[in-house]
Ligand binder design. Structure first.
Ligand code: F6R
Length: 606
């Protein structure tokens, strides 16, 4: 969350910083700012809202300086306005910060006592004043070292100094930070995405490290200030991947890309020659794993819930699912026969990373399912299963959700086979069905027109519910999350059988309710629950799969039929109309679909 860029060059840097900030906007878009060093002074310009607002400021156009830092903010402390926007500067120092300083109140008290004057409501400003204070007695490296030691919490920092016009300092604890290497210039970035347009040579800082970025070289230090040598990684850079093409929004493009991204995932993991799944290099023997714990946040958590049903269906493993922010502070009973699986699109989510770190510290078996293979979660897990679905820019996750559940399904199948929980025949049949999935998703994507008209009813209602049982329950949760995050409509996902235990009281005349009732083992039960909400006045949108059997229920408001496949795979197809429902609701309301209010793509604060 929040994005950092720093450039040390021999050319003016302001326009390159602005362009990089535009790329980083998916990490936060409450406000943006830039600071450069020129003529022995720190110049700082900030604005509320998007990077466009900053760019329009005529002073930015004429901003001089060959060294500078920039930031896009997702507010944690203080309102999202231009005063609280980063960089924060004193006369001597300017700082951009991702993360949260937990002891900022105490530090501020101390610094006010020393005569420092604060302008903003942010926690970040204490870092500026603390470095400024330490600079009275220490050189740059020691002042930074001393400051970092005094900070509690998490941070990625970019710092420039009035009296050191040749360097940018970067530091990391908790929040990710990368260094990039260019021709006669070097960079600092909160992720490789912002740096990719300038370089594919990257070094990631480890927790506790800091660095000095000069034009021609970069030095790295550990917490104690001892120099460390770091590897330079070469990344593949395909800029055109990030283009919206003819689509109005990245989200629309990412929804439509799903047949291709699923196909990519399937091609990567299915060994057609041997009718097998090519996860041949699991670092643990099958007898060393007796249970699986799946951990994630938001949509990734829903993927974990989905996987629980599949693992229980296809294997005899014990399965637990946890929300990362809960897991990390729970009194966990770590078991060495448990495989801990971390699911994260970005691979940088702070809570998921902390849960992984905790498992690593307890010497557990850790595996991650990620989209960004260079991410912290991928780097620090013992085994990585990439989802291969390409960069996802829309803040609301769509293709990554299908990518995550695809890989989790594949893992469940593989473990089921390895443990002899399912027969080779059944396994091969399921693989065959899986290879047909991308085409079925493609056909299901064609139910467009109906959803566009249905979405108005959701927009006019004061709330809505999404119901499902069994395999469809996690999809109901995901459908409700998509609608609330994009359309700002209250939406609840519930197991259909739970309604009578309380939530049924919410149903009133005309309330739109989505019922997911594919023809699986739960079908009849879900249809009964649907009748209970119809009887209380709900307008039911039934989502089921095509079948020659008639649906025996009256007064269904609308029905959408997805394609037909085996019951394991129906959740993929049910997801499609729900993604589109959320998309069209937000489109009709005129909301910013790729950047919904108050959210950010990569949640690097806890
Ligand atoms: C919702 C959404 C979020 C993320 C969550 C975890 O559409 O995208 O709920 O799923 O913030 O993010 P990752 O997967 O990057 O760990």
């Amino acid at each position: 969350m929040c994005g950092i860029i720093g450039i040390n060059s021999s050319k003016p840097v302001s326009s390159t910083i602005i362009n990089s900030l535009k790329k980083l906007e998916y990490r936060g878009y409450d406000s943006a700012g830039i600071a450069t060093l020129s003529k022995g002074e720190i110049n700082e310009i900030k604005s509320e809202g998007r990077v466009d607002n900053l760019e329009k400021n005529s002073l930015v156009q004429s901003m001089e300086g060959t060294i500078g830092i920039g930031h896009v903010r997702w507010a944690t402390h203080g309102l999202p306005n231009s005063i609280n926007a980063h960089p924060h500067s004193s006369q001597n120092v300017s700082v951009v910060h991702n993360g949260i300083i937990e002891n900022s109140t105490l530090l501020k008290k101390f610094l006010v006592g020393k005569g420092h004057k604060f302008k903003s409501q942010t926690d970040t400003e204490v870092i500026v004043h603390l470095i400024t204070e330490n600079l009275k007695t220490e050189n740059v490296v020691n002042s930074v070292k001393k400051t970092l030691k005094a900070l509690h919490g998490s941070f990625a920092l970019g710092i420039i100094f009035k009296d050191e016009p040749n360097l940018i300092v970067g530091a990391r604890r908790g929040s990710p930070l990368a260094v990039g290497y260019g021709p006669n210039e070097n960079y600092l970035g909160s992720d490789s995405y912002a740096l990719k347009s300038m370089t594919n040579k990257i070094t990631y800082l480890n927790d506790g490290e800091f660095c000095i970025v000069k034009k021609d070289h970069v030095e790295f230090f550990d917490e104690e200030g001892t120099k460390v040598n770091k590897k330079v990684l070469e990344l593949s850079s395909e800029e055109n991947k990030y283009d919206k093409g003819d689509y109005k929004h990245f989200m629309a493009k990412e929804i439509e890309e799903q047949p291709t991204t699923l196909k990519n995932g399937i091609n990567e993991y299915i060994d057609k020659t041997n009718n097998d799944i090519n996860i041949y290099n699991l670092p643990w023997k099958k007898d060393e794993i007796s249970s699986v714990t799946l951990i994630g946040c938001g949509t990734a958590y829903h993927s974990c819930l989905m996987a629980k049903y599949w693992f229980e269906h296809l294997t005899s493993l014990d399965v637990n699912v946890d929300i990362a922010s809960e897991f990390r502070y729970r009194k966990n009973r770590f078991k060495k026969e448990t495989l801990y699986v971390f699911v994260s699109q970005s691979g940088e989510t702070a809570d998921t990373y902390a849960a992984l770190d905790l498992c690593n510290k307890n010497r557990m078996k850790t595996c991650s399912v990620v989209n960004v293979i260079e991410s912290s979660i991928a780097r620090d897990s013992k085994f990585v299963l990439p989802i291969h679905c390409g960069t996802e820019i829309g803040v609301a996750s769509t293709k990554a959700f299908l990518g995550q559940i695809l890989i989790l399904y594949i893992l469940a199948l593989k473990l089921g086979l390895l443990r002899d929980d399912i027969s080779k025949n059944l396994f091969v049949k399921k693989l065959k069905d899986l290879t047909k999935l991308p085409d079925l998703v493609k056909k299901t994507l064609m139910t467009d027109n109906k959803i566009q008209s249905i979405s108005s009813t959701f927009n006019d209602a004061k709330g809505s519910m999404f119901l499902g049982r069994g395999f469809s329950f996690p999809i109901a949760l995901e459908g409700a999350l998509k609608l609330k995050e994009l359309s700002y409509i209250h939406a609840e996902g519930y197991p259909a059988g739970e309604m009578k235990h309380g939530p049924l009281a919410l149903i009133e005349e005309g309330m739109p309710v989505v019922v997911l009732a594919p023809r699986d083992d739960y079908y009849k039960k879900t249809i009964s629950n649907m009748q209970e909400v119809i009887a209380r006045g709900a307008k039911v949108l039934l989502i089921t799969n095509k079948s020659k059997d008639e649906i025996f229920s009256e007064n269904i408001w609308e029905t959408i039929e997805v394609e037909t496949t085996n019951e394991d795979l129906l959740p993929f197809l049910l997801t499609i109309p729900l993604q589109k429902l959320a998309y069209y609701s937000a489109l009709k309301k005129g909301y910013d679909i790729d950047k919904p209010r108050n959210l950010a793509k990569s949640v690097t604060v806890e």
